[in-house]
Ligand binder design. Structure first.
Ligand code: 4AD
Ligand code: MG
Length: 433
């Protein structure tokens, strides 16, 4: 018989058949007469069953030698089993060891977070971490599918930049030969140029913020999806955001059932995520906070995590907070013509305390006003000359937004902390592994 290497995610097709699989021993228990091998191959987990009386003695002995994370080939017959978490088991009759693993550092017992983070390169093999990375990949797929199907073109902005987008306080500085350069905080300004060239565009890539904040929502290196759209105003911008988010959630519910189950995610909460999403103004949000006990919150302050959580509690769907004070928002946001002390912007706050997952706005299209904002923010006009050009040569109304991938993953997976949403997190005190 010749065997094709079968993967666990395809196992349903092989019921009653002999298969060969490649993978690792996840766990094992034995009753003396039967050995149960928890086998994983990266696509899933399956229990292999060895009955002493039914296998060759050397197969039995080999199985006994297997340590956690030993790599092996395994041969057996696939059996459907309702009691098995995956719905299937493997009746094992042959094993070929590739490597007997040394004592594996991650044991069944509870480990501290620092220990797990130090062993992140191994920790990602565990069922929950694997499920998160799988869902992350599906979220990225859902976003790209949606944007590609709605006429957006993928454009890649630079990572090394001569100037800042979101303010100068958290820039990563580096030398660019004899010049100064910064790691990008956001591709937005470049995406604005691209939207004039290609109409509807989006970028997807890493961004960097030297933020000295050690919270469960902040990473130093995080990934952002940044759509930018010509001829799209503030209102339409919000509609596109809510449709995109609803699409992501539906996609994950349809494609990641077993991963959500592994994570113990409350699916009912996700099933409620349907467009449209509620919208409240910053003013209304402040009023809500006053009623909810944040009595000393003053108009003009920015919301912190506790404020966002409190606001989100009133809604089952993500909520847009619109029209923030001009003073506390980025220089490029368009003031509301009816009320210039606020801008045509919105932050999208996820339910269940996951905080801001999107920041977006209509952009200033008037060259004179933009020049004024540059003065007000003390920005060097020379460094941004190219950006100001965009308002000289065929300026049009346009809007865009940035969706933070890790916070979105944390929300959809129901994770306490963003550190588990990215394979190798870069955090305030962590650059290893
Ligand atoms: O609100 P932010 O700073 O917006 C921008 O950068 C705009 N230029 C985007 C645009 O309009 N093109 O960041 C956007 C999103 C936030 O809503 C949040 O989800 C995420 O990026 N984010 C972070 N995620 C993890 N760690 C951090 N330190 C983050 N900072 C922002
Ligand atoms: Mg923001």
């Amino acid at each position: 018989v010749t065997y094709v290497l079968v993967t666990i995610d395809q196992i349903a097709k092989y019921v009653g058949q002999e298969v060969k699989m490649g993978g690792w021993l996840h766990n094992k228990r034995s009753s003396g007469k039967i050995q149960f091998l928890q086998f994983r191959d990266g696509t899933g987990f399956i229990q292999g069953v060895l009955v002493k009386k039914q296998v060759e003695p050397e197969v039995w002995e080999t199985a006994k030698q297997l340590t956690q994370e030993s790599s092996l080939y395994i041969w057996g017959t696939v059996r459907a089993d309702e009691r098995a978490p995956s719905g299937f088991e493997l009746d094992v009759h042959k094993i070929e060891v590739i490597q007997i693993a040394e004592d594996y550092p991650i044991q069944k017992k509870e480990h501290g977070v620092d220990f797990l983070m130090d062993h992140r390169h191994l920790w990602i093999r565990s069922p929950k971490q694997r499920a998160v990375l799988k869902i992350r990949a599906e979220i990225i797929r859902a976003i790209q599918d949606y944007l590609d199907q709605h006429g957006f073109t993928l454009v890649d902005p630079p990572i090394l930049t001569p100037s800042s987008c979101e303010g100068t306080t958290n820039l990563f500085h580096t030398k660019y030969f004899d010049e100064d350069a910064y790691l990008t905080q956001s591709g937005q300004l470049y995406m604005e140029a691209a939207a004039i060239a290609l109409n509807k565009v989006y970028s997807f890539g890493p961004t960097f913020r030297a933020e000295k904040s050690k919270t469960r929502r902040h990473l130093i290196e995080f990934w952002m999806i940044e759509p930018e759209m010509a001829f799209v105003d503030h209102e339409r911008n919000l509609e596109i955001q809510e449709q995109l988010i609803a699409h992501i959630v539906t996609h994950v519910l349809n494609h990641c059932k077993s991963e959500l189950k592994t994570l113990g995610r409350d699916i009912e909460k996700l099933e409620k995520i349907k467009a449209p999403f509620p919208r409240i103004t910053y003013d209304e949000a402040v009023e809500l906070l006053h009623k909810e006990g944040f009595t000393d919150f003053k108009w003009g302050e920015d919301f912190g995590a506790p404020h966002e959580t409190k606001i989100a509690e009133s809604f089952e769907r993500p909520v847009f907070i619109t029209h923030y004070p001009t003073e506390i928002k980025a220089f490029y946001m368009k003031p509301d013509p009816a009320r210039p002390e606020v801008v045509l912007c919105a932050d999208l706050i996820a339910p269940e305390g996951y905080g801001e997952i999107i920041g977006g706005s209509q952009r200033i299209d008037d060259p004179t006003l933009l020049a004024e904002r540059f003065e007000a923010h003390n920005l060097p006009k020379e460094a941004y000359a190219w950006y100001l050009d965009l308002r000289k040569y065929g300026s049009v109304p346009h809007s865009g937004f940035g969706l933070g991938l890790e916070r979105t993953v944390a929300w959809i997976c129901g994770l306490e902390h963003v550190r588990e949403t990215i394979p190798f997190p870069r955090m305030l005190y962590r650059l290893y592994p």
